[in-house]
Design a protein around this ligand. Sequence first.
Ligand SMILES: [Fe+2]
Length: 445
Amino acid sequence: MEIRCPRAFLLPLTVVFFIFFFGPQFLFASEKEYTRPPPGCIIFTKHDRSESEPQQVHVSLAGSDHMRVTWVTDDHEAPSTVEYGTAPGQYNAMARGENTSYTYFFYSSGEIHHVKIGPLKPDTTYYYRCGGCGPEFSFKTPPSTFPIEFVVVGDLGQTDWTKSTLKHVESKDYDIFLLPGDLSYADFQQPLWDSFGRLVEPTASHRPWMVTEGNHEIEMLPIIYPHRFKAYNARWLMPYEESGSESNLYYSFDVAGRSIHIIMLGSYTEFDSDSAQYKWLQQDLAKIDRKMTPWVIVLLHAPWYNTNTAHQGEGESMRKAMEQLLYGARVDIVFAGHVHAYERFTRIHDNNADSCGPVYVTIGDGGNREGLAMSYKNPRSPLSMFREASFGHGRLRVLNHTHAHWSWHRNNETDAVVADEVWLESLSASKTCMGQQPSSLKDEL
Ligand SMILES: [Fe+2]
């Protein structure tokens, strides 16, 4: 491992040119008034395998009984194949997939392979090898019934703090990793996407990682590089086609049979009522039968509710556009990132406590190089139940159709300590809420 501090990093000349002439606000205009604590050091994870061997291996869910295996090779001729089976070294199945690569100014990516494998049995460990060579990996498929456990971490980055968080995540078993945006903090420096892929490989090759994008994934420069999400879309292909979405920037999937429906929204793509994302969300919510699917969970990046002074109001236009849809569908929980801290709210609708609204949680505390968002608005809003600026991760253990346990685990040096926890009841179990869906909202869905 090689450690680099941000001050020692040289941005591409084009970025420097733009920052010099236009100021840094063109990148993240609404962040300009927020001053974060001193940044941490980036850990650059080196490539130590041969050109044809797989690196940056990660897996994700791709339909009800399939997984997608993604990896990178320096060798552009390496085959996009995955051999797999339920015993180590014994591969009785093989699948072939697709491959892609991209360029970004003077950077050329390795070959990025995506292979969908299955059908797979639930709650089963599979051993697999990518491209016919290199190390063997293994993952466990999620169970098809309750209980099921999710880890939730946003704004991960690649620092010592990130390493602590991942170590704590790995210290206790779970089924699915959910990431509400801001992955690598490569910020135009494409080799950092590769470094991030290598850093997370031990965790991301072992359990499915389901991610949505944050502002750090945009990597767009006005005029000179108008393409958005180029690296993110090439490297972190999610099951959008499987959920009827036309974009990798928003999608949904089911777990625990069809008992839990998870919706990944895009804070940095169009969300107004005439947008493709809005129309897709309407259709996606309308398909949910709460008798079959007692839990509905949403992830997005910029929080709709936030009492930290960082990023105030940045999720407001999306909230105004989409909150009614989520409320009408009786969404249970909304996870967001972006603010580098932890905060849990009560059930809310339209800025008021509402027992039929979602619980809102901000969990942008994975451990990136920008540091923590230390400052909160005071006095504290009565809607905010717990808030703390520390790194950590969350765990949502859904026990059955009606009850789930949420816990937030603060990074305390070498240990992870449960600092906040709460039992949640599915809104589908509430006769009051399910019986009082406003007719206008039902019509909208
Ligand atoms: Fe962010």
